[in-house]
Design a protein around this ligand. Structure first.
Ligand code: NAP
Length: 666
């Protein structure tokens, strides 16, 4: 295989300084990598072709492309599974990488449509009132950075690593240059080639470097972002580059970390939590031959469970079938390369000097195989190699504690982790530990008998939840739903009048102009409704009979509606008051149009607040304004109506955003 780069819209074969690539399990030469490219031309192409094309689209348009890409890759994924064993990974390992990557695209496609606006500006939080009369307001917005996202990935998940990062920068609207790790770049390249062949991405939005990055980092500027995944050592080296510091180039770092799992004090041998702990620890040691950034490197267990845990793990580990991942019966494959094997063996030899080796299995001699190694560290509370050095292979260390405080101390000795697990059925123990260790972890995974069947696994970063951790783990944060997209956007606070902000936000802002138009808005389709269009209703007097009728009919006979003396004694009410829900129901009665029409259904309410009590004989009226329009499908869209209920003195008594689905007409 000649692993090609894709730059300035063309493929480039290896040239200049090239490197040979080898099959993990056999050591046979399989390919060649390394292209010398013009870094400045790549950046120019990204900015002036890719960036421009991407910023002409809105979030929904880009989200639709991600969905189409997920479908396209899904149809061709077997081609990727064919290459997967060359990396040393079994089919099961490959599932995390290939199907996991495609699944991540799907989640981002869906989140982009559901949680981001159908436009080019993302509103970050609500409008902030900055003046007494509301003529001057503030709004945080986010827009795509006008630079290039450079994504440097680790070798262990060549496809997932590429797709999870790309889905975030693409959705944000930034062009991306992808640089996979050389050892497994053939798999990343095969997937990248499919993306190009799909013809789904706009021109210039993606480029691919097979091999070294050359002078690329020296030419990055203040609008660019580097998202790095790999070892602490490489991250430190890259982060300290003069140009990146001088230009404040944003650097997101996902590094190796010494992740841990705590077995709860309550989780004795024979308990479901003990069994879950053993099952997951076994998976963490053997999946991808331990080459997972999230893998459990430290098993923190109650001192009196040492024998039980050791015996259970040794029994399970001795059954693991290690071998060529092409064989169906193989449960654990090889490390990625001979070089990686030597690295891991070096650390193993240091660990053996400091800790007690409990288990060392048998692995094939030829190829990059390392057998599972299980250690016990007697003096772990004093520190040591198990807290400091990551063996990126099937290696883990047991350490013991006598009380929750000690368990937390052991976690923190890792200096910051991507993830720590707690296996417990004791909510008090979980609370105590989480409160203490949360600041040292990007994610905390708690599993027990109630969640065991459905839990997603210690080692699985999910697109919905943040992936990244403090300190040693790099201080980065990827995924976490929309949070991860924001790395590629600039947050800016904008101040101005309601009218100005309405224009920017493409949403009605309270205080901005409204207009009343015939006919009734409920008789109009999604297309015909315009932002700011307002319906003012008739007034309706609320009688004591109405309140009593509503109370008896619904069963809500709370004293504030029924008992004058008790209501008066309440600090919030002058006497008996109307139910908040009665106000909502009467408001609907005032503004709906009864006839069958394009309004299809209510789907929810946003920011509801009851602001002033309504007492018997008060008169209410309602303003209903088209606040936001979001196309959802080909046949309907969501309208958010800003609803304000006033009393006879024109004082606001309640306010909410009403969500309805309205027919879209072609
Ligand atoms: P690595 O050696 O640090 O390499 C990471 C990436 O950096 C590779 O693409 C590598 O490219 C590139 N790189 C190295 N030197 C560079 C330079 N001077 N300029 C530009 N790019 C450079 O890490 P790895 O061996 O691939 O991955 C294993 C490590 O990644 C483990 O320590 C693991 O814990 C960590 N990891 C962390 C996460 C996470 O999310 N936190 C996820 C996966 C893995 P070449 O391959 O071409 O050298």
């Amino acid at each position: 295989m000649r692993i090609e780069s894709y730059a300035y819209g063309n493929w480039h074969i290896p040239n200049g300084k090239t490197k040979k690539l080898y099959e993990a399990a056999t050591g046979l030469e399989i390919g060649m990598i390394g292209t010398s490219l013009d870094s400045q031309k790549m950046i120019y192409h990204a900015n002036f072709v890719g960036g421009k094309n991407l910023r002409q689209m809105g979030f929904h348009e880009r989200a639709k492309i991600l969905k189409a890409l997920a479908n396209y890759l899904s149809d061709r994924k077997e081609e990727l599974y064919e290459l997967n064993p060359l990396t040393g990974a079994t089919r099961k390992d490959g599932w995390i990488d290939i199907d996991g990557g495609i699944g991540t695209l799907r989640v981002y496609a869906s989140k982009g449509r559901k949680e981001m606006p159908d436009g080019k500006i993302y509103l970050d939080g609500p409008v902030e009132q900055l003046s007494r009369n509301g003529t001057f307001l503030g709004q945080h917005i986010q827009v795509p950075k006008q630079g290039v996202a450079v994504q440097i990935n680790a070798f262990n998940f060549p496809i997932w690593g590429m797709l999870e990062k790309l889905s975030q920068s693409f959705l944000a609207g930034m062009p991306t240059i992808i640089k996979p790790a050389s050892d497994t770049a053939y798999l990343a390249e095969a997937c990248f080639r499919m993306i190009i062949e799909s013809n789904l991405f706009p021109k210039g939005s993606i480029q691919f470097i097979a091999g070294g990055v050359g002078s690329l980092l020296n030419h990055l500027g203040p609008q660019d972002v580097i998202s790095f995944t790999g070892s602490k050592k490489t991250a430190e080296y890259l982060k300290s580059s003069k140009n990146l510091i001088e230009n404040s180039v944003k650097f997101i770092s996902e590094q190796d970390s010494l992740n841990a799992a705590i077995l709860g004090i309550d989780a004795k041998a024979g308990s479901p939590e003990f069994d879950l702990f053993i099952k997951e620890a076994l998976a963490e040691i053997t999946t991808k031959a331990g080459q997972k950034c999230t893998a459990m490197r430290r098993l923190i267990i109650p001192h009196d469970s040492l024998n039980d845990v050791s015996e259970a793990l040794v029994e399970e580990l001795s059954k693991v079938k290690i071998g060529n991942p092409k064989n169906i019966e193989t449960q654990m494959g090889a490390l990625v390369s001979e070089g990686q094997k030597q690295e891991v063996l070096k650390i193993i030899s240091k660990m053996s000097n400091e800790n007690t080796l409990i288990f060392n299995g048998i692995a094939p001699k030829k190829g990059a195989f390392v057998s599972p190694h299980l250690y016990y560290s007697q003096n772990a509370l004093k520190g040591g190699i198990a807290h400091e050095t990551e063996a990126f292979g099937p290696v883990t260390t047991i350490m013991t504690y006598d009380n929750p405080n000690e368990a937390c101390k052991l976690i923190k000795l890792g200096g910051g982790s991507l993830v720590s697990s707690i296996f417990t059925f004791d909510a008090q123990f979980a609370n105590e530990v989480v409160t203490d260790i949360a600041a040292w972890n990007g994610r905390i995974y708690i599993n027990n008998r109630e969640s065991g069947e459905e839990s997603t696994g210690h080692g699985s970063p999910l697109p919905h939840l943040t992936h990244g951790g403090p300190g040693r783990a790099g201080g980065g944060e990827e995924q976490g739903g929309i949070r991860g997209i924001k790395h590629y956007m600039q947050r800016t606070s904008v101040q101005g009048t309601p009218e100005i902000l309405s224009g920017i936000n493409k949403q009605w802002v309270k205080g901005a102009k409204t207009n009343t138009q015939e006919p009734h808005p409920f008789s109009k389709t999604f297309n015909d409704l315009s932002i700011g269009e307002t319906l003012w209703t008739e007034t309706r007097k609320i009688s004591l009979d109405d309140i009593e009728h509503f109370a008896k009919f619904t069963g809500d006979t709370f004293y504030a509606h029924m008992d004058e003396k008790a209501a008066k004694a309440n600090p919030f009410f002058p006497g008996r008051v109307a139910h908040g829900y009665l106000l909502l129901s009467f408001a609907a009665g005032l503004f709906v149009l009864a006839d069958e029409g394009p309004v299809l259904a209510n789907t929810g309410i946003e920011y509801l607040s009851f602001q002033k009590p309504v007492t018997p004989n008060d008169e209410i009226k309602v303003s209903l304004t088209v606040g936001r329009k979001t196309r959802r499908t080909d046949t309907y869209g969501e309208i958010k109506w800003d609803v304000i209920i006033f009393n006879q003195n024109d004082e606001q008594v309640a306010e909410y955003g009403l969500l309805t689905m309205v027919k879209y007409e072609h």
